[in-house]
Design a protein around this ligand. Structure first.
Ligand code: SF4
Ligand code: SF4
Length: 378
């Protein structure tokens, strides 16, 4: 028997902003969610939304499995803001102490060290040792916001170093925050901890504004998305942009020149938070096409149809019990193109794709960030 409780209903309605109200339960979201193709058991999005409409607990595992990729939203005939509803349900679950332990520990890491990877805050700028990048706190036009993954993950640090070289070659007045940089809050939001998120955003806005930077350039689309969606409401005095947009603009103005070719066949994967969330599809492709000798080939699902790597919505910190992962599905699609390089523009995608290729023992395809390919072409 199902007991409905007005108080719970009102709370869920408030936390989700009523995002699920227009849902008429057609089930298109459940049928199209890519989790169904990898786990053998579809993620029952329709049921989650029904639970939200009724104000009752949904299927907890489905709630945390969603990578917030918005693939389902693109197909919903009622334009339901499915991810907004899911995040509201997560906030309720978090408040009720029902969030997975691993995600809660990740939040503690952000709280104590300013990043979800457990690195010491004093080590945040170590990736830049020897590069002599100026501190943005001395005043700069452009703040390069590196983000947690590019600061601590040895593989992704290479992307940050590539960007430093590219910005230098284009004579940009830029700086970094080094040990003063903190997590953007993306993972905090995906777990649903609103109070801590607000605290983090306020601190970051204060630090960013203190640099006097007009533009904040991000390495990760996840940082850009939260800067664009949330920070603007907290007095941000800067414009945020993804590095692919910033560099494509430099290319158009002739400030960035690419002359060394690699002659590779490259396929580009659209990160969900750059594509479906922010509508940035062309700048990374313009950069790749400007590299002499690069032959850009598209996967069968690209742009707004691109399948997620599985890293969003806290997915980097959630153990998944599935035969396959979303990244496996995507790397298989990439391999169908015969490209020898999978290019992308998000730290999570790179980590997940490299992991997937390694597990499948594929050694004739490499994964590169667009910034790494651009740097090689300088
Ligand atoms: S596709 Fe849209 S309308 Fe249909 S069940 Fe899903 S959320 Fe509801
Ligand atoms: S946002 Fe992505 S992972 Fe989440 S339910 Fe929709 S399609 Fe599935």
């Amino acid at each position: 028997m199902l007991f409905l409780n007005d108080e719970v209903w009102e709370r869920i309605s408030e936390l989700t902003g009523g995002a699920m109200d227009p849902c008429y339960q057609c089930g298109t979201c459940t049928a199209t969610c890519p989790w169904g193709f990898v786990s053998g058991k579809p993620l029952n999005v329709r049921k989650l939304l029904r639970s939200a409409q009724l104000g009752v607990d949904g299927e907890p595992s489905d709630l945390w499995l969603c990578s917030t990729c918005k693939y389902c939203e693109e197909r919903c005939p009622r334009q339901v803001e499915i991810v907004r509803a899911i995040l509201g349900l997560r906030t309720a679950a978090f408040e009720d102490r029902k969030a997975p332990d691993r995600l809660v520990n990740t939040l503690w890491s952000v709280f104590e060290d300013g990043n979800p990877w457990g690195g010491a805050s004093r080590d945040r700028g170590k990736w830049a040792e020897g590069l002599e990048v100026p501190s943005a706190l001395n005043g700069v036009k452009v703040l390069l916001y590196v983000g947690c993954t590019a600061s601590y993950d040895p593989r992704i640090q290479n992307v940050a170093r590539s960007l430093v070289k590219i910005l230098r070659s284009a004579d940009i007045d830029f700086g970094i925050l080094g040990s003063q940089e903190k997590c953007c809050g993306d993972v905090v939001r995906s777990v649903g901890e609103q109070g801590f998120l607000e605290e983090l955003v306020e601190k970051n806005v204060e630090t960013f504004n203190a640099t006097g930077a007009e533009t904040v350039v991000t390495v990760s689309p996840h940082c850009l998305e939260i800067f664009s969606d949330v920070y603007s409401g907290y007095g941000a005095e800067f414009r945020a942009t993804h590095y692919t947009e910033f560099l494509a603009d430099l290319l158009d103005r002739g400030t960035l020149r690419l002359s060394n070719g690699g002659g590779a066949s490259v396929t580009y994967h659209d990160p969900c938070y750059l594509g479906r969330y922010l509508d940035v599809y062309d700048p990374p492709r313009r950069l790749l096409e400007a590299i002499p000798g690069v032959n850009l080939v598209e996967m069968k699902n690209s742009k707004n149809n691109a399948i997620c790597c599985g890293g969003g919505g806290g997915g980097m910190w959630i153990e998944v019990e599935a035969e396959k992962r979303l990244a496996d599905l995507r790397t298989e699609e990439a391999r169908e193109t015969q490209a020898t390089v999978i290019a992308t523009a998000c730290p999570f995608c790179i980590i997940n794709f490299e992991d997937s290729l390694k597990k499948s023992r594929v050694s004739d395809v490499s994964v590169r960030d667009v910034a790494e390919l651009v740097e090689r072409a300088l």
